[in-house]
Ligand binder design. Structure first.
Ligand code: TRP
Length: 446
C-alpha cells in the first residue's frame, strides 16, 4: 500500500539553510521512496494571514518553488502545486468551517498567543486578530483532508493543527459519512533524527532571530554569513571543543561521518576559527553548488515555473474535483436534476437486484424463479423439458415485450404464446396481488 504524505510550506520568506536541512531535504528524500505518494504545496493562502505585502508574497512563492525544484523534487512522482490554484480547497474549508467547533479553534496556540499578548497589555483580547488567523487550522484541515493524506510531516508547533484536522475530519465523517470514512484521518509526523540547525548566534536558525544563512545566495553571501558565525575566543593553535561549537554542528549536518571525524580532529588539534569557517564554506559550497546553479536558472525562467505548477495543480485537481463533488453530495448540495435521476437510480438498483434463479426439479425438468429485490418470490415457472427452453422463456420476459398477465384468483399467471409459463404465489387478496403485478412490471422494465 502507498502512503500519502502531504505537507505545506507557507510562502512568506526566502528559504535558508535551516529550512533546507530541517524540512526540504528530508521531504525530497522521503518522496523518492517506492511506496510514497507525496503532495507538497505552497501554502500561499496561509501566507496571506501573516503578510499583507503582495510583492513579498509573490517573491516568496517564486523562491520556494524554485528551491524545491532545484533541490531535486521529482514532479513526475510527487504532486507539487500552489494551494491557491486549487479552488476546491477554499470550498472545502467552508464545509469544514460549518462543522468545526468554535471552542476547538479558541484553543489553537497561534490564536491564543495573540489573545494572551493583548490581555497582557490591556488591549481588547481580539485586537488585531483577523478571521484568517482564527480559522487558520480549518484551512489547514482542508489542505490535508482534501487529499486524504495519511502522514503530515510538520514541525512541533504544527502538531496541534494536524490533530484539529483529525477532529474536524472525524466529525464530518460522523455527520455525513453514513458509516463510511469520507476522510482519511491524518497523523502528524515529527522527524526526530532530522537536523535542527543552529543559526549564526547559536540559537535555532530562524528568520525571527535574524540569524540565518541563506540557502541559495551567491558564494560571497554564503561566505559573509559564515564569517559572522559566533565562536569562542580561542586563538589559532589552541585546542577547540567541537561539541561546544555550533559551527561544528552546522558542519555535521552536511558531512559524511569520515569528513566529520577529520574536522573534529583538526579542531582538537587547534585549527584556527578562520580556517574552520573556510572548511564549512567549502563543504556547503560542494553540497549546494549545483543546486544553486539550478536555482538561479529557474528563478530567471518564471514562465517555466508557472507551467510546472499549473501541471501540478491539474494533477491535484484530478483528485480534488471529483472528491469535492462527493462531499457536496454528502452534505446535501446536489443538483435538482440528480434528485430525479437518483430517484430513478434508486428504483433501478432495487430492480437490478431482482433476479432470476434457475434450478432443476427431481423429475429432471427445469424451472426458474423470479425473486424481487428483497428476495421475495414473484414468479415460479412451469417445468420445462430442457434448460434451454427455460432460459429462453426467462430471457423473453426480460426482453421488454408487452407482458401478458392474467389473474388467477389471488395469484396471477404470465402468458407467452398463449401458454401460462409461470405463476405468482397466492397473495391473500386482490390488492396485494395487484401490487405484486406492479413490482413484477418494475422489475422487468429495468
Ligand atoms: N501551517 C504550516 C506551517 O506553518 C503550513 C501548512 C499549511 C501545512 N497547510 C498545511 C503543513 C498542511 C502541513 C499540512 O508550517
Amino acid at each position: 500500500m502507498t502512503t500519502r504524505i502531504l505537507t505545506g510550506i507557507t510562502t512568506t520568506g526566502t528559504p535558508h539553510l535551516g529550512n533546507y536541512a530541517g524540512a526540504i531535504r528530508p521531504a525530497i528524500v522521503a518522496s523518492r521512496a517506492a511506496d510514497a505518494d507525496s503532495f507538497y504545496f505552497l501554502a500561499d493562502y496561509h501566507a496571506l494571514i501573516k503578510c499583507d505585502d503582495p510583492q513579498r508574497i509573490q517573491r516568496s512563492r517564486l523562491e520556494i518553488a524554485a528551491t524545491w525544484l532545484a533541490c531535486g523534487l521529482d514532479t513526475d512522482k510527487a504532486t507539487f502545486y500552489r494551494q491557491s490554484d486549487i479552488p476546491e480547497i477554499p470550498e472545502l474549508t467552508w464545509l469544514l468551517t460549518c462543522v468545526a467547533g468554535k471552542g476547538l479553534l479558541n484553543r489553537a496556540h497561534a490564536y491564543k498567543a495573540s489573545v494572551d499578548k493583548n490581555v497582557e497589555v490591556g488591549e481588547d483580547p481580539d485586537a488585531g486578530v483577523t478571521m484568517g488567523l482564527f480559522s487558520y487550522p480549518v484551512l489547514m484541515a482542508a489542505d490535508i483532508l482534501m487529499f486524504n493524506a495519511h502522514k503530515v510531516p510538520v514541525g512541533r508547533d504544527q502538531i496541534q493543527h494536524v490533530e484539529m484536522a483529525r477532529d474536524i475530519g472525524q466529525r464530518f465523517n460522523h455527520l455525513f459519512g453514513q458509516g463510511r470514512e469520507l476522510f482519511t484521518l491524518p497523523e502528524a509526523v515529527i522527524e526526530e533524527d532530522v537536523a535542527t540547525l543552529p543559526g549564526l548566534d547559536g540559537r535555532k536558525m530562524s528568520k525571527s532571530y535574524d540569524n540565518t544563512i541563506p540557502l541559495f545566495g551567491s558564494a560571497k553571501q554564503l561566505k559573509d554569513a559564515i564569517a559572522r558565525i559566533v565562536t569562542d575566543s580561542r586563538a589559532p593553535g589552541e585546542p577547540k571543543d567541537p561539541d561546544a561549537s555550533h559551527l561544528f554542528t552546522l558542519y555535521q549536518a552536511f558531512a559524511t561521518p569520515a569528513q566529520l571525524a577529520e574536522f573534529r580532529a583538526e579542531l582538537v588539534d587547534g585549527l584556527a576559527w578562520g580556517e574552520a569557517k573556510q572548511r564549512l564554506f567549502e563543504r556547503l559550497d560542494a553540497e549546494l553548488g549545483e543546486a544553486r546553479e539550478r536555482y538561479h536558472g529557474l528563478i530567471t525562467r518564471p514562465g517555466d515555473l508557472e507551467d510546472i505548477l499549473q501541471a501540478g495543480a491539474a494533477k491535484a485537481r484530478r483528485l480534488a474535483t471529483p472528491f469535492l463533488g462527493e462531499l457536496r453530495e454528502a452534505v446535501g448540495l446536489r443538483s435538482f436534476r440528480s434528485d430525479v435521476a437518483s430517484a430513478g437510480e434508486g428504483r433501478k438498483k432495487a430492480v437490478k437486484s431482482a433476479r432470476f434463479v434457475s434450478f432443476r426439479e427431481d423429475d429432471g425438468s427445469f424451472r426458474f424463479r423470479l425473486l424481487d429485490a428483497q428476495g421475495e418470490q414473484l414468479l415460479l415457472s412451469k417445468g420445462f423439458a430442457d434448460g434451454k427452453a427455460a432460459g429462453q422463456a426467462s430471457k423473453r420476459l426480460q426482453a421488454g415485450e408487452p407482458l401478458d398477465l392474467r389473474d388467477e384468483g389471488d395469484a396471477f399467471g404470465v402468458w407467452l404464446d398463449d401458454e401460462c409459463i409461470a405463476l405468482s404465489p397466492a397473495f391473500g387478496d386482490a390488492q396485494a396481488r395487484d401490487a405484486a403485478r406492479q413490482r413484477l412490471r418494475d422489475a422487468l422494465d429495468a
